[in-house]
Write a protein that binds this ligand. Structure first.
Ligand code: ZN
Length: 216
């Protein structure tokens, strides 16, 4: 199996020299099949990651942009596929087992925000994904502790990672993002903002108003 890596730009030559290959479509370095991935361990993606939605993305929440019926359908589909178990840590919440999380891909060259799927997460893992919101709720420390536990990280590693995520978020929040939610259509769901999807956006579209919540 191919192992995808998270290689910082400054370290790409090291990765290449060690035998990593560049996936042109995914824009990711990977360890090709047949090569021992162990020496690449420092670039393995963490089990649990933070996924902050840039402030300038006007669409960050599938739930409020589809009908209740469609959202229920998507949610149930996600929960059943995961057997009502967190797809990251394997745990379950105490009040309810899992929640539905939207996975976005950000093309940092073309500035396209693309919905790539839904995943079932236990409430603590879901809270980590939206660390910006957790902070505004006074729950940042709880979320960091869960992040450290799942990834088996020290406090220093955790703080370093959180800081890097917020730096990336700040950088991405400087740009206007076009939207690609074709994933919804592929799953038989019509979004109420369908007419504003990526194909219809022109360069002259006004910059969207920043949202109050840093992520959702
Ligand atoms: Zn979890």
């Amino acid at each position: 199996m191919v192992m995808y890596l998270e290689v910082p730009f400054e370290e790409k030559d090291d990765a290449k020299q060690m035998g990593a290959k560049w996936h042109i479509t995914l824009k990711k370095w990977y360890v090709p099949e047949g090569i021992d991935p162990k020496p690449f361990a420092r670039w393995f993606p963490p089990k649990l990651t933070i996924e902050l939605v840039p402030q300038t993305c006007w669409y960050s929440n599938v739930r409020s942009n589809v009908s209740d019926k469609d959202w229920d359908k998507l949610r149930q589909m996600t929960y059943e596929k995961a057997n009502n178990t967190c797809e990251v840590c394997g745990g379950k919440g105490t009040q309810w087992p899992v929640e539905c999380h939207e996975i976005w891909d950000y093309d940092d060259k073309q500035h396209i925000q693309k919905l790539v799927g839904l995943i079932a997460l236990c409430p603590p893992c879901h809270e980590v994904k939206h660390m910006g919101f957790a902070n505004t709720q006074g729950r940042g420390d709880i979320a960091r502790a869960h992040l450290a536990k799942v990834n088996d990280w020290s406090e220093y590693q955790t703080d370093d990672y959180v800081e890097r995520c917020f730096m990336k978020w700040e950088h991405r929040s400087q740009f206007s993002w076009a939207l690609d939610i074709t994933w919804l259509e592929q799953h038989g769901v019509a979004s109420v903002v369908k007419d504003r999807s990526v194909s219809k956006l022109s360069k002259n579209d006004p910059k969207p108003k920043p949202k109050l919540r840093s992520d959702s």
